[in-house]
Write a protein that binds this ligand. Structure first.
Ligand SMILES: NC(=O)C1=CN([C@@H]2O[C@H](COP(=O)(O)OP(=O)(O)OC[C@H]3O[C@@H](n4cnc5c(N)ncnc54)[C@H](O)[C@@H]3O)[C@@H](O)[C@H]2O)[C@@H](O)CC1
Ligand SMILES: Nc1ncnc2c1ncn2[C@@H]1O[C@H](COP(=O)(O)OP(=O)(O)O)[C@@H](O)[C@H]1O
Ligand SMILES: [K+]
Length: 524
């Protein structure tokens, strides 16, 4: 058995698949032994987090099997000499057989047992670590008053102290499939670490799950990996070896010219919104497009003073041939914008559709028909509000299940979709899902979406396959923001205009690391 972040842990399984695996696991070993393994792994991780034994640890055990995991964890920590308090929720008489065994095992060890009636004592103690074994994947309905009081109390306690929180399987209150709350009260325990069992879960990596899970570890509890159902949902990580083929699109042979690296044409920029096009254009330029043009809908800026390399014209003065189009930044939703978009959708060229172009499509069934009929590559980059308009839903409905929303958009419009936001979702029309692992709230500022659209355009222009372009663009865009934050530029005050240079650094690093023959120094 291993506690690890392994390549396999990039595979994300839905609750129904986990239950399937549990049933299979139980044919190999008893449910109780799975619970014991969960406890051993959690105690080991807790000891790694804390290191000093004399510090007080609170372990919260709920009424289901997640509570059993908690009892096992408490027992192991107590055996290792830790100062543990086990806070029991639920009636021991109503526990499952396995949870009863774990509870009996723990209660015979030197630890303090407390009932939830003692909550005020609990909430006035300074814990070094709190282990959340309240609910796992079995939480279904709204929480009773005493659970709500506990969760609010714990979150208040930890936000103003250095107490760390380790969630068992998932932060109690988070839906493992969607990352939304399981309850209408929007209650969940906010964890710094989550040790999830059997397999990694999508809900830990998007929406509220991303806020509440902290750093995620996966333990398979020794269930044979070969029995894991093939996952159609993966975390995006860039792996130089595995991504060698996609990265080879970026290789530069000596005997090439700008025509080999494509021409990106950004379409948008009505009066007052030309900045959106400049951001997208600069992003495309620094991400390696051979040529970049901006086709403004209103009077064009004569050139971009920061990047005079970019050709600026009025869109009506362009004859589109084989450019990669990025339509939407600052485009507005006028009748004129609709006509231009309709023309552009009819061209047989790759297109990235963002911002107002998405709003126009949402409002105009005619455009939807043209979009569905396209055979050249299409990437849609909606944020949740744009996604809501496209699907005729509310933002809340989109955020309630981001994976399904992305999938539905991809199948409805026969396109690759990047549903943006914390834990961006990339979906193809076949329903395969990727969840991004990079990015931070520094990106929550105007213009960062324009930079993403320009980056998608540049990768397509350099010949990357559509799904790879969407995946790499999403990952690199977030990674650029992470690196800017690491160097002190953000999250506060990070500007969209600072992203393209960081993106350029990452692209060149990836190409260098993948060590293509054309990049190697030849012996003299
Ligand atoms: N079955 C197995 O093979 C394994 C299960 N494990 C653990 O077991 C967990 C799943 O166990 P369970 O299915 O018992 O689920 P939970 O431990 O999440 O608890 C569900 C229990 O809580 C009750 N409940 C649900 N919503 C409630 C609410 N709002 N208020 C009050 N009570 C509520 C249910 O009636 C049920 O009794 C996993 O998340 C994992 O932690 C691990 O021990 C690994 C192996
Ligand atoms: N909290 C966050 N964590 C991670 N990424 C974020 C966060 N907030 C915003 N982003 C990212 O920033 C970008 C914002 O795009 P968008 O909303 O279209 O902005 P704009 O229209 O101003 O360009 C998206 O790529 C989104 O995924
Ligand atoms: K939990």
């Amino acid at each position: 058995m291993t506690t690890h972040i392994s390549p396999e842990s990039r595979s994300l399984l839905f609750c129904s698949q986990i239950r399937e695996l549990e049933s299979f696991g139980k044919t190999q070993q008893t449910e109780y032994s799975l619970m014991q393994k969960a406890g051993i792994a959690a105690a080991r991780l807790a000891a790694g987090i804390l290191q000093e034994k004399h510090l007080p640890v609170l372990i919260i055990a709920g009424p289901g099997n997640n509570g059993g995991d908690a009892c096992e964890t408490a027992a192991r920590l107590a055996m290792m000499g830790w100062h543990c308090t086990l806070l029991m929720y639920g009636e021991p008489g109503k526990y499952s057989e396995d949870t009863k065994k774990s509870y009996t095992f723990a209660s015979e060890l030197p630890l303090t047992l407390q009932g939830y009636q003692d909550l005020s004592d609990i909430l006035s103690t300074r814990w070094a670590l709190i282990i959340d074994g309240l609910f796992g994947i079995g939480l279904t309905r709204d929480m009773d008053e005493h659970y709500a009081e506990l969760i609010n109390g714990i979150n208040k306690l930890t936000v103003r102290s250095d107490t760390a929180v380790l969630a068992l399987d998932l932060p109690s209150g988070i839906n493992p499939d969607t990352g939304d709350f399981t309850n209408t009260q929007m209650l969940a325990i906010r964890a710094d670490y989550t040790l999830t069992f059997i397999a990694n879960k999508p809900g830990l990596h998007t929406a509220y799950g991303k806020d509440f899970a902290g750093k995620v570890f996966v333990d398979d509890l020794g269930i044979q990996v070969s029995k894991i159902p093939e996952s159609r949902c993966l975390l995006i990580e860039v792996d130089i070896e595995a991504d060698m083929l996609a990265l080879s699109s970026l290789r530069r042979l000596p005997n090439t010219h700008k025509g080999h690296y494509g021409h990106v044409l950004i379409i948008g920029g009505v009066q007052g919104m030309s900045g959106a096009c400049l951001l997208a254009g600069r992003s495309a330029l620094l991400a390696g497009a051979g040529k970049v043009s901006i086709g403004f809908l209103d009077a064009a800026a004569s050139f971009d003073a920061l990047h005079p390399e970019i050709m600026c014209k009025n869109i009506r003065d362009f004859t589109v041939t084989n450019e990669v189009l990025v339509a939407g930044p600052g485009m507005g939703t006028s009748h004129e914008a609709k006509k231009i978009l309709q023309d552009m959708l009819r061209k047989n060229t790759p297109i990235v559709i963002d911002a107002d172009a998405l709003n126009l499509i949402a409002a105009e069934p005619e455009l939807q028909v043209v979009l569905r009929q396209k055979t050249s590559p299409v990437i849609l980059t909606p944020h949740p509000l744009e996604a809501a308009r496209l699907l005729g839903k509310s933002i809340t409905q989109i955020q309630h299940d981001r994976l399904s929303a992305a999938k539905q958009l991809a199948t409805t419009f026969n396109a690759i979709v990047i549903l943006k936001g914390a834990g961006s979702i990339v979906s193809n029309p076949n329903g395969d899902i990727l969840i991004n692992t990079t990015g931070n709230p520094g990106l929550s500022t105007g213009g960062t979406g324009d930079v993403l659209a320009g980056l998608c355009g540049a990768l397509l222009a350099q010949g990357m396959p559509t799904i790879e372009a969407a995946k790499f663009a999403t990952w690199i865009h977030g990674k650029a923001a992470d690196e800017l934050v690491d160097s002190g530029i953000g999250p506060i005050g990070l500007c969209a205009g600072e992203l393209p240079q960081a993106i350029r650094n990452i692209l060149n690093r990836l190409v260098r690391q993948s060590d293509f023959p054309s990049q190697r120094q030849r012996p003299v």
